[in-house]
Design a protein around this ligand. Structure first.
Ligand code: HEM
Length: 157
């Protein structure tokens, strides 16, 4: 397996864990879920770094590291690369603000900035779906998360 694919898989699995644990904890209130919640910030940082490594190693491998921003193939939304780039940009917001300084700076707005992760998750789901059309591995987690999120929101309301 290519090393960039390994980083991609790590990032995707961590994204799924990070996104699922909050609604699952709100719905089922199992203790171990609350334990995972405490590590969510750290998991998010590993997830973000893995995604960046996935992209850097891939671009380096095809000699496109320097032309990434100027080559339109990476930015058009008619292919999986464009959706990956969109996911990557969205991931930078929560990643760069996953620290105590940003938490103090944004105060109550900090959580809203972190919620941009939702978009990262959806865009990554589309990115993976467009590669092989495997909806089970790509869009199903997004759909399940959406159902859990609405369920948890109804409970908290
Ligand atoms: C948040 C950002 C991103 C995440 C989380 C992510 C995640 C993934 C995942 C999970 C896969 C499927 C791996 C597998 O086979 O199991 C994948 C494949 C891939 N991604 Fe990304 N990706 C991101 C952004 C990008 C970007 C920006 C690019 C390119 C500039 C990119 C290029 C690729 C390529 C080339 C593949 C393999 C396609 C193939 O198998 O033919 N990804 N990515």
């Amino acid at each position: 397996m290519d090393i960039h694919i390994l980083f991609a898989k790590i990032s995707w699995i961590l994204l799924i864990i990070i996104l699922f644990v909050r609604p699952l904890a709100d719905i089922f209130r199992w203790k171990f879920l609350f334990k995972i919640l405490r590590f969510r910030k750290k998991l998010g940082i590993i997830c973000g770094i893995s995604a960046i490594l996935h992209v850097i190693v891939y671009l380096y491998g095809i000699n496109s590291l320097s032309s990434y921003f100027s080559n339109s193939i990476f930015w058009k939304l008619d292919n999986f690369l464009g959706w990956g780039s969109l996911a990557l940009i969205m991931m930078l917001f929560p990643l760069l603000t996953s620290n105590i300084f940003s938490q103090r700076f944004f105060k109550r707005k900090w959580k809203s900035v972190q919620r941009v992760t939702y978009l990262t998750f959806i865009f990554t789901g589309i990115h993976i779906f467009l590669i092989a059309g495997n909806w089970f591995y790509s869009l199903l987690p997004v759909l399940l998360w959406l159902i859990l999120w609405i369920w948890a929101w109804k409970i908290k309301r």
